[in-house]
Structures are given as structure tokens and as C-alpha cells.
Design a protein around this ligand. Structure first.
Ligand code: COA
Length: 401
């Protein structure tokens, strides 16, 4: 069968962050608990005029730089912090990016694993019709609540990637392992804006799902632990990947080599959890920051979505991948963000849009090319920012006045 895999990637992170040492001081915690115990340094925070749609559109804009958008046949938007119970975030992005009307667009949900479910579906779509391309967007705001144990594991970000039969970055292997079990480790009822989580239990289920999905993956592929040069894990916080990697090495009778995951953790340490995007942020981090030429290296990947569903799969890095990734863009995006004080962060966190249908325009903050301009008659209004270079045509629902 023809190779199918990832042709291009794009990342977007909010322009604001909180240093976790500041958060620790404000919460009366030892900063080393956050920086060493959880392995996090900075936590990305979206301003009131950003949401999963704007972050996703910004990431997709990057992923589509060298791609003919007329060839995009499907847009799948994975999120667990969606903005509407009915209309897909994908439709807003479809308009903001000017994708062709023939491109079907929908949303997928299964906690942090929704993006991987989308990837699996995209592989089947492309295998069936190799001239089509699928755009996957994974975009999330991780919200646990102020002054909770989950607070330092918040974050936000979006990752977009094009899946096609002309992969330039990663060729995906055909063998997959899956695991599903009905558990209550993390969930968000419709009436809450933040997740309910049994944190310690979620770590246990994560490890169990890793064991089980890896088992099926190795049975199907015949590959062993030694057959993968690098490993990427779902990253609620980077220490989780260290624990998971030690576990995987142990059950395979080997020793965990921290070098196999080191480069994949760099971006997450500075962004925090981005739910559906986090595994793929780790992949981008590995591809963009590794000092080694990864050509021909096999990467083992573990995706976990609470509730729970997990998947184990792998891919091989393609020759010329360095020309298809854009490390400079991400470095600049991370380095030009602004630190928030704890008061500013809490004000962003507590900001609410009106729920009574009244008209409200959001105050402009630093954003990417797209922003949430406001709401009116229960409709969200998005716009392309005038100051952004090569601003897109005005979006479907542009705020005026
Ligand atoms: N210096 C260094 N390390 C310290 C420390 C200090 N002063 N104080 C605590 N730590 C370590 C702990 O030993 C622990 O590490 P370990 O698990 O390797 O032993 C780590 O920091 C976290 O401490 P803990 O007491 O377990 O934190 P917590 O009870 O506040 O909660 C989570 C941690 C992850 C459970 C919580 O942040 C959470 O619920 N997050 C959201 C859910 C999540 O991310 N789940 C993951 C699977 S999807």
C-alpha cells in the first residue's frame, strides 16, 4: 500500500503565560513541586478574545502554508473544550480559512484522544482515495479551576496537521493498539466550564491503558521496545511521560532511556496541557528541537483520552522532514509571549461572555491572525485581525461597530 502520513504541521499557542514559580508562590506551594514534581515551567493562558476556534484557525493557517487548499477534502476538529453543543468548531474555521465548500467539516470528541480518532479516520479516508487530503485540528483550553490540584496542569494550544498520501514528515505504520474502558477519571458535565478530575486515579488508568494498547500494538506489528528510537506520550504534564516511559521500559524488561523522550517534552514544559493537541505538540517538539537527524527513525506514540479510550501507534520520520517543519516560528511564538501577573491570569480565567443574547464586543488583546470579536444574539463573532500580515478576507461573522 502507498505511504500515508503527515504532510505538514502547524502550531499555535496563546500570547500569554503564567510562570509556575509565581503560581506556586501565590498558592503557598513549593515551586519545585510544579517544576520538578510535575515537570512544568510555564502555563499558556488564552485571553478573553481567544478560544478553540481562533487557536485552531491560527494553527491550521500554518499547516496549510505549502498545501493547495482545494485538495483539502475533509476538516476534522478535535476538542474537548468546544464552544457549541451543536455547530462544529470546524465550520467556523472552514470559513475563516476560506476552504472549499466541498470540504466536509465536523467535530470529534473523546477527551484528549479525539485527535487520534480523527487521525485514524483520516488514514482510512486517504487510503481509500489517495488524491484527497485531510486537515486535522486539535485545539483545547485545559481548565481545572482556580486553587485546585489540577490548576498547575492547565494550559492551552492548538496543533493542525495535513494527512495525505504525499507525507513529507511522518509515514504512519498500519498497526494500531486500542483500549476502551468506562471510567470516571476526568469529565466535564455540560453545565460546567471546568473539568471534574480524579487526578491520581487518572494517572493509574493512563498507565493501564498504555499497557493494554501497547500489548495489542506489539502483537499486531511484531515490533519490540527496541524497534523505536523515540517515544511520544500524551502530555497532561511532562513528568507523566517520564513515568509512562519508565513503565513501558519496565514491562518490556528494559531500562528507560530519558533521551528517547527528552526533545518531545520541551514545548509542553512551556505551554502546559493542551488536551487533544498535547501528543502532537510533543511530536512537533521532537521533530523541531531534536539535535539529531531523525530521518528513518521510528517514533512510538501513545494517545490517552480520559473516560477512557487510548491508542498506541507509530510512524517513521521521512527524508527531508526538516524542510517541512518550522522550528523558527514556534521558537519566536514562545519567546514573544507576555507573562501575566496572578491577578491578570485570574481576571482572564474569570472572564465570561454574556449568556442572555446581548451584544458584547471583546476587548482586543494580543492574538494571532484570528480573534473572537464578541457575541450577539447568542452567535459568536470571529474576525481576521487587521494588523496580521496577509490578513484573510473578512470572516463570515465579523463584528462591526
Ligand atoms: N519538590 C519536588 N517534587 C515534589 C514536591 C517538592 N517540594 N512536592 C511534591 N512533589 C512531587 C510529588 O512527589 C509528585 O511526584 P510523584 O508522582 O512522582 O511522586 C508530584 O510532585 C505531584 O505531587 P502530588 O502530591 O501527587 O500532586 P497533587 O496531589 O497536587 O496532584 C495531579 C497532581 C497530577 C494529580 C493534579 O495536578 C491533577 O489532578 N492534574 C489534572 C489531571 C491530570 O493531569 N491527570 C493525568 C493523566 S490524564
Amino acid at each position: 500500500m502507498k505511504q500515508v502520513g503527515i504532510e505538514s504541521i502547524g502550531l499555535y499557542v496563546p500570547r500569554y503565560y503564567v510562570p509556575l514559580t509565581d503560581l506556586a508562590r501565590a498558592r503557598g506551594a513549593d515551586p519545585r513541586k510544579y517544576t520538578t514534581g510535575l515537570g512544568q515551567e510555564l502555563m499558556g493562558v488564552p485571553p478573553p478574545d481567544e478560544d478553540v476556534v481562533t487557536m485552531g484557525a491560527n494553527a491550521a493557517h500554518e499547516a496549510l502554508r505549502d498545501v493547495d487548499t482545494d485538495k483539502i477534502d475533509t476538516l476534522m476538529f478535535a476538542t474537548e473544550s468546544g464552544i457549541d453543543q451543536s455547530k462544529a468548531a470546524a465550520i467556523y474555521v472552514h470559513h475563516l480559512l476560506g476552504l472549499p465548500p466541498r470540504c466536509k467539516s465536523f467535530e470529534i470528541k473523546q477527551a484528549c484522544c479525539g485527535s487520534t480518532a480523527a487521525l485514524q479516520m483520516a488514514l482510512a479516508f486517504v487510503a481509500q482515495k489517495p488524491d484527497r487530503k485531510v486537515l486535522i485540528i486539535a485545539s483545547d483550553v485545559a481548565r481545572y479551576g482556580l486553587v485546585t490540584a489540577g490548576e498547575p496542569t492547565q494550559g492551552a494550544g492548538a496543533m493542525a496537521f495535513v494527512v495525505s498520501a504525499q507525507p513529507r514528515i511522518l509515514a504512519l505504520d498500519n498497526e494500531w493498539g486500542s483500549y476502551t474502558e468506562d471510567v470516571m477519571d476526568f469529565w466535564r458535565p455540560n453545565y460546567l466550564d471546568e473539568a471534574v478530575v480524579d487526578g491520581k486515579y487518572s494517572i493509574k488508568v493512563y498507565i493501564k491503558a498504555l499497557t493494554e494498547s501497547w500489548k495489542q500494538y506489539t502483537e499486531e506489528s511484531g515490533r519490540t521496545f527496541a524497534d523505536h528510537e523515540h517515544y511520544c506520550y500524551h502530555l497532561p504534564f511532562t513528568r507523566m511521560a517520564e513515568k509512562a516511559h519508565q513503565h513501558l521500559a519496565k514491562i518490556n524488561g528494559g531500562l528507560s532511556n530519558p533521551e528517547q523522550i527528552k526533545a518531545s517534552l520541551r514545548y509542553n514544559r512551556k505551554i502546559g496541557n493542551s488536551y487533544t493537541a498535547s501528543l502532537y505538540v510533543g511530536l512537533a517538539s521532537l521533530l523541531e528541537t531534536s539535535e539529531t537527524d531523525l530521518t528513518g527513525h521510528r517514533i512510538g506514540m501513545f494517545s490517552y483520552g480520559s473516560g477512557c479510550m487510548a491508542a498506541y501507534f507509530s510512524g517513521v520520520v521521512l527524508p527531508g522532514y526538516r524542510d517541512a517543519v518550522q522550528p523558527g516560528r514556534m521558537r519566536e511564538m514562545l519567546e514573544t509571549r507576555r507573562a501575566l501577573t496572578i491577578d491578570e491570569y485570574e481576571a482572564f480565567y474569570l472572564h465570561e461572555l454574556p449568556r442572555d443574547g446581548s451584544r458584547y464586543l471583546t476587548e482586543p488583546h494580543d492574538t494571532g491572525r484570528y480573534r473572537l470579536a464578541g457575541v450577539e444574539a447568542h452567535k459568536r463573532l470571529y474576525e481576521a485581525c487587521a494588523q496580521a500580515p496577509q490578513a484573510a478576507e473578512p470572516a463570515h461573522a465579523v463584528a462591526t461597530g
